[in-house]
Design a protein around this ligand. Structure first.
Ligand SMILES: C[S@@+](CC[C@H](N)C(=O)[O-])C[C@H]1O[C@@H](n2cnc3c(N)ncnc32)[C@H](O)[C@@H]1O
Length: 190
């Protein structure tokens, strides 16, 4: 039922354009996951666990990192009893390299950790994306990396510009911006 709801949001967005909402992004990412044989779904920035919930029936293993203690605890409670879901409290700049070290194949990585106002957490900068990218590049696998909020990548507040991002990833990834998401396609899957 939820999938029908996501699909309707996706169709509406395709017809009308504009900024896609969370359901549209969930639809796009789930579709990408299902058409590839990914090892795990890895997310930075759990928040209320909406993306984790969208993946719990699709991914064999889910890792999600959240800096805010209260959001992390709430997500742990929400997904309690699901052995394939791991919510990790901490800074993704430090936790993502540890998670990637445990992987044995390419994963779909959703980079969405950033200060989002209100009671959301803030690390050293609004976005830990530069350290996250470094961790991805050090991994021996060619993951499929999706970075949310493409519109924020303007070279300020810890966000590199899209051109800088392209330069950082150029050895291993090709970038495409669609639906406010930066899709980083591996040049080859290993
Ligand atoms: C936009 S929300 C994530 C939404 C979620 N990924 C989804 O799709 O439903 C961003 C979250 O990142 C968290 N955050 C901020 N900086 C972080 C960091 N350095 N490491 C991990 N989480 C961080 C915030 O507390 C916030 O909950």
């Amino acid at each position: 039922m939820k999938q029908v709801y996501r699909y309707l949001h996706y169709l509406f967005w395709r017809l009308n354009g504009g900024l896609p909402n969370g359901y549209v992004k969930q639809f796009i990412l789930r579709k990408a996951f299902k058409t590839n044989d990914f090892y795990a779904f890895i997310e930075t920035g759990t928040h209320r666990g909406q993306m984790v919930a969208a993946f719990r029936d699709v991914a064999p293993a889910i890792y999600s990192v959240e800096l805010s203690d209260s959001y992390a605890q709430a997500a742990k409670k929400r997904f309690k009893g699901l052995d394939h879901v791991r919510i990790i409290q901490g800074n993704s700049a430090e936790q993502l390299p540890l998670i990637l070290n445990q992987q044995h194949g390419p994963s779909l990585i959703w980079l969405d950790a950033h200060y989002s106002g209100g009671d959301t957490a803030k690390g050293a900068e609004d976005s830990p994306i530069s350290q996250e990218i470094k961790a991805v590049l050090e991994s021996p696998y060619r993951h499929f990396v999706c970075i949310d909020d493409a519109r924020c990548f303007d070279g300020s507040d810890g966000y590199p510009s899209i051109a800088e991002l392209k330069l950082m990833l150029r050895t291993k990834y090709m970038l495409e911006v669609k639906a406010d998401v930066i899709f980083c396609y591996p040049k080859s899957l290993e």
